[in-house]
Design a protein around this ligand. Structure first.
Ligand code: GRF
Length: 187
């Protein structure tokens, strides 16, 4: 079984779906950068170890990521999946896990990068948006794209409707793509 970790900052609904979708991979560890991240509660209910690593207790981002690397190496983690993790990953972690750190973004990249992707699509009144799964690099939502799915926006939708639809697609797509990545990259 390929061991994976999830990094999250918030609610953790994608984290939960990744755990529930386990087949050829196992989520060994959840790391959060916020003490109150609801993802930790979900981890408890799912029986996944959750660890809060406080970025402020380290003198630099490099040192913070070294702590994360230590936790990952202790558990022989092979893949890192970001699921609502609100920090840029730096060289320290990227160089340890080349093409092994993946993110999900709630838009059809390169359109609407950044933290307000769903709101931006909605406010721009575009007729479609989507979901993107991509490798992580040092930029904001700029890494090589692995998979994308489009979502047509109905002109009668509220922002809530759009958010629900985006999450519905994310929750189906992320575990599916993780299975595929793990399968294709078996040692
Ligand atoms: C998702 O929309 C994801 O695409 C974005 O942050 C959100 C996280 O939601 N990066 P959750 O914490 O998984 O519920």
């Amino acid at each position: 079984m390929v061991k994976v970790a999830v990094l999250a900052s918030g609610s953790g609904s994608n984290f939960e779906k990744i755990v529930l979708g386990e087949e050829n991979y196992k989520v060994e560890l959840l790391i959060v950068d916020r003490e109150k991240a609801y993802a930790l509660e979900r981890g408890k209910n799912l029986g996944v170890q959750g660890i809060y690593v406080n970025p402020k207790s380290f003198s630099s981002k490099g040192k913070y990521e070294e702590k994360i690397i230590e936790l990952l190496e202790e558990r022989e983690i092979e893949w890192i999946f970001l699921a609502g993790y609100m920090r840029i990953i730096s060289k320290t972690l990227l160089e340890k896990y080349p093409e092994r750190i993946v993110n999900i973004h709630p838009s059809y990249l390169p359109k609407f990068p950044g933290k307000r992707a769903i709101e931006d699509a909605y406010e721009n009144k575009v007729s479609e948006t989507g979901v993107t799964i991509h490798y992580v690099d040092e930029g904001v939502d700029t890494g090589k794209i692995i998979a994308q799915e489009k979502i047509k926006i109905d002109s009668g939708w509220t922002l809530d409707n759009l958010q629900e639809e985006v999450h519905r697609v994310e929750h189906r797509l992320y575990p599916q793509i993780i299975k595929k990545l793990v399968e294709e990259n078996k040692k």
